[in-house]
Ligand binder design. Sequence first.
Ligand code: GAL
Length: 409
Amino acid sequence: MNRLAKMLAGTFLAGAGTAHAADLEVTHWWTSGGEAAAVSEFAKAFNENTDHNWIDGAIAGSGGTARPIIISRIIGGDPMGATQLNHGRQAEELIEAGLLTDLTELAEQQGWKDIVNPPSLLEACTFEGRIYCVPVNIHSWQWMWLSHGAYDAAGIPVPSDWNAFIESAPKLQEAGIVPLAIGQQSWQQRGAFDVLSVAIAGVDAWRKVVVNRDVGAAMGPEYQNVFAAIETARQLAADSNVQDWNQATNMVITGKAGAQIMGDWAQGEFQIAEQVAGEDYTCLPGLGMNEVLDTGGDAFYFPVIDDPEVQKAQLELASTLISPDVQVAFNLKKGSLPVRGDIDLSAANDCMQKGLDILKAGGILPSGDMNLTPDTQTQIEDLMAEFWSTDMSAADAQAHYADLIRAAE
Ligand code: GAL
């Protein structure tokens, strides 16, 4: 039923005791071209498939900007109807305070435990045995995006891994092209560090440090190589004078930069620019060094609101977000992988297909947001902001990082 017919029906039948439409304010930080195109698929499905209305609460800026706004509104008694957060430990304090709706009954009715793949996504929504969010995608940071236009202009082939990229940098610079694009924001600098940790130190050393908090491994030779790689990367990114992640992606899209380390939400920007994976750009999962995905991503949480109509609308939204057709429509535009293994993704492009193949092969890692508290993540971001933006030595940065791992809860 389209919105006009719905409104007319609602007006005419309002006195007949039908369910009243609830206006549901939904907050998120998806404001780039690709992100906006993707989230509009959620809004369209909710408005068309239910009697309720999606009131868009987009918050400009990154998650680091939006999360404090979202969390303070919920704690301050001015909750939205639903909100995006990253699944993992970001909502722990809100859950402990009893401020988020328990979705366990809905999840059991709809069999989310059998639907959601990999199961770790739903585990990241589970706290003390109860489910508090609906996962909507898998986003992996473990990607590098390379511009065919830039490499054509430099007259050299597109690199197949991080080491070959480093070797290609002088030729890019000779052609007046910035080798590595990165936005000057700490979450991007921390993300690039996380990705280089897996690519350079390897999965075993990464797990020892990030999952097992092994300080000796954090100070070990594998991580020495990581910090040396970042010293090199910061030189190659020295002329990347942009702020937002999608501005850095645009440098790759327009051939002003050779490459960007960024999560696969970057795909949404290439799509909006009508660029084709494998023809206009190349994606390297795990930077071509260790082909893995981290199962980061997004989920929606529903603040407790004492209004039966709103509560009904919240559960209908949760059901809409995980439904098969909506999962396909949203994830194809978002550049992420769906949370369901039972849907047809034949429309997936080269890069998404690479991701699906890695997922099927089980090459997955828990995301940083699943392992470390927001407090530790912020401290690592502050360290990386300093390390990427100053002449701080690799040795000092590594020692400081090891201290943060030692103190991590
Ligand atoms: C991440 C989020 C992605 C994408 C990215 C950049 O935290 O999971 O969906 O939006 O931020 O904004």
